[in-house]
Design a protein. Sequence first.
Length: 525
Amino acid sequence: MILRSTMASLCIMSVASLFAQDNVGIGTATPNSNYKLHIIAAANTGALLAEASGTTEALRITAMGTGNGVNVYKTETSTGLGLYVEHAGTAGGAAQFRKTNAAATGPAMYAYTNSNQALSPAMLADVAGVGDAGLVVRMQNAANPNSALYLNHAGSGYALFADVMNSGRGVYLNLSNTAVNGIGLRIYNAGTGKAARFSNINSANGDTTLLTESAGNGMAFAAVQTGTGTTAYFGNRNAANSSAVLQIENTGAGSDLYLNSKGTAAAINVLKAAGSSGQGIYIDHQGGIGPVAQFRRTNAAGQGAAVIGYNNSNNSQSPAVYANHEGTGDAAMVARIANTGNPWSAVYGETNGTGAAIYGTTSGSGSAIFAVQSGTGRAGQFQIGNPSNTDAALRGFTNGLGRAGFFTVNNPASTASGVYAESNASGPVIEARSTAGNNGVAFKLTEGGFQVSVETVATAGNIAKKAVAYHLQAAGAYTTTFTLNDGDVFFFFNSNAAPATINGLPVAAGAGINCIVIAGTLRQI
């Protein structure tokens, strides 16, 4: 009570003295001439105490000129705070800095430090309770296009550094207005470094370094490149890390990975460094339905394969495309053409080397190659398009005890041949050769008859067409004008009532003869 009376008396005396002189000094005989009131308090005492119990402020200072409203100066050797404001009430802020002139420039609050010492920030917001954030920056004008928080760093450190000592978040950004199509976080970098970097430096931390979640209909993560660099990069620089570089998990009905390429380059390009092992792309489908991978070309005007396998390896067991089926459900590879107007093959093999264009092998009891035709065409066709090629269009070769070729007609109503051979060349249509030695058999009939071609000749004279059997219907002399090769066998039958001759050999009326060509001459057997 005594202190308050003393202070009141001092204030009254000081105010009264102001009318009589330019400045007043309390605790000093030489007050600063730049101030109306100069107070120097004794050690461990306050210089000024202002208390108010009503709605009016305890202390009001109005700066009419260009100087500071309040200037608090602490000497370099003193400790403590330059300005300390304590609010023990239940409502209101401890301090408020307001700029009410809309035409004024400059910040409402300016914090500056020239300290080179650690733990000496220009501003520190310390929250000892659990009520709210340490710093709240709020933009109340909906028409304001500027940022609520702007950080400008001219040094080499971070413009924003958040250190969480407990279980909270380092940075939390929230757009609470559902009607605003804004961005929760946007980072610009006009330099040559990264715009953002997220690092997990705790080796015992098994959580995600960066997690993006979306409850809306948009993308949870999008990377857009408007320059010439890579749009996104995922790298594993730990040689002992056997985990995937990119893991995609999908519990919905959509695709795990969707690529939309509108340029001329590949939609996806996977590069395995020289000397590395493992697959370039590995997909593990543990579900029960759907293909592991599907490649589709939906543009009918497009050109190029839906899938291309390219391999420049010179090592064995290095095919361009490899299919391995470890189950029993279906074939290892199925090629199907669904368009009935497509004239091309379902599988096309081409090689410029010395090996086979298509090669099939099996270690089981099934066929190495099995073809089924369910329509009206051929089950298989082998064709050589090079006129100078002297090799066979089809060859059956076996090292086993079975047949090299087996042809079966399994339709009793069919009148077609089991094997049909046709040639427009001068060589034999069918040629059989046994290399078994003196006891070899080149041709064998095990069951059924033997039928040969029959040429009917109505008048005597020249016979120009080569056949096996000839039906001579007229008497007289017949002469063959086609080429006779050693080993050719013929049968001539004369159905006329008068005798006939063939190349000088007699054929009696109603009888026939068997002939063979020896030394270029037709001889009767």
